[in-house]
Design a protein around this ligand. Structure first.
Ligand code: KIV
Length: 306
């Protein structure tokens, strides 16, 4: 866990809205782009207040907030509900909706229709989809329909089984070349940005000079234009295994368990609620009420007319 001092970000109301031209400018100026995932209103508010540039409603929400073992089961309706909540918590950050497994692979028409749902129903600025290959066609189709697309290469969790599991990609010359080809193809069809996940730092660094759009890394080294981490990983909201590339900045799970445990102990020990947590009543009104309760039969005798 980091003990680095908290650097105050520009207050949200003084920050211009993050746009694709602004992201390109950041890339050109060498200003690192900070991206995190978020899945609900409070996590979006936290990201906004911390000055995050890009918020991704990741399909990792399948695991972090819905409790699945992989990202595969989450569907469009669930993603849209999460994304709409995130939208309500954001002001200036650029919002990307992650197209879930099965929402874009079948046809360009399916991909466009579901990308439109992210924009129309959840207010997303852009969508993200995984892989090169057939996804390049889908990305092109969505871009042509007027919706910005972020690509995602390297470890692509929706197809992790085919990649041999959740592990680093591009560790042979041939596999590294495949990642480069996918990234070049995605930028060629108009993706405004590409995520590199779990790619050796040296491979990323070798590809970067040929990239003309902002590249956001997660486990891809320091040469990318920005970094992304999963909200629940970086804040320690969940326990259990995390990937090598995760840096934990807080132990929120521990803090939450401590807080709820203290509440449970207070309830059991009769220490909660205290007087300051209770409501009062005028003594005369209380007396009138007590007189009412003392009557032999209460049925139909209420002196108060509702
Ligand atoms: O779903 C997700 O969280 C992602 C990021 C890891 C980029 O795709």
């Amino acid at each position: 866990m980091s003990s680095a001092p908290r650097v105050p970000s520009t207050p949200p109301d003084e920050r211009p809205k993050v746009s694709i031209p602004r992201l390109n400018e950041m890339r050109e100026l060498g200003e690192p782009i900070a991206m995190v995932t978020a899945y609900d209103f409070p996590s979006a508010q936290v990201a906004e207040e911390a000055g995050v540039d890009i918020v991704l409603v990741g399909d990792s929400g399948a695991m972090t907030v819905l409790g699945h073992d992989t990202t595969v089961p989450v569907g469009m309706d669930e993603m849209l509900m999460l994304a709409a909540a995130v939208r309500r918590g954001l002001g200036t950050a650029f919002l990307v909706g992650d197209m879930p497994f099965g929402s874009y692979e079948n046809s360009n028409e399916q991909a466009i229709a579901n990308a439109q749902r992210f924009v129309k129903e959840a207010g997303c600025d852009a969508v993200k989809l995984e892989r090169g290959g057939a996804s390049v066609d889908r990305a092109r189709a969505i871009v042509r329909a007027g919706i910005p697309v972020m690509g995602h290469v390297g470890l692509t969790p929706q197809t992790a089984t085919a990649l041999g599991g959740y592990k680093a990609q591009g560790r042979t010359g041939e596999r590294a070349a495949q990642i480069a080809e996918d990234a070049f193809a995605l930028q060629a069809v108009g993706c405004f940005s590409v995520v590199f996940e779990a790619v050796p730092a040296a491979v990323t660094a070798a590809i970067m000079p040929r990239m003309e759009v902002p590249v956001i890394g997660i486990g891809a080294g320091r040469s990318t234009d920005g970094q992304v981490l999963v909200f629940h990983d970086l804040l320690g909201i969940h326990t259990g295994h995390t990937a090598r590339f995760v840096k934990r900045y807080a132990d929120i799970h521990g803090a939450m368990v401590d807080g709820v445990s203290a509440y449970v102990a207070d309830v059991r020990g009769g220490r909660f609620p205290e007087d300051s947590h209770t409501y009062s009543i005028d003594p005369g009104e209380l007396r009138a009420f007590e007189d009412y309760l003392e009557q032999d039969s209460l049925a139909g005798t209420s002196p108060w007319d509702w």
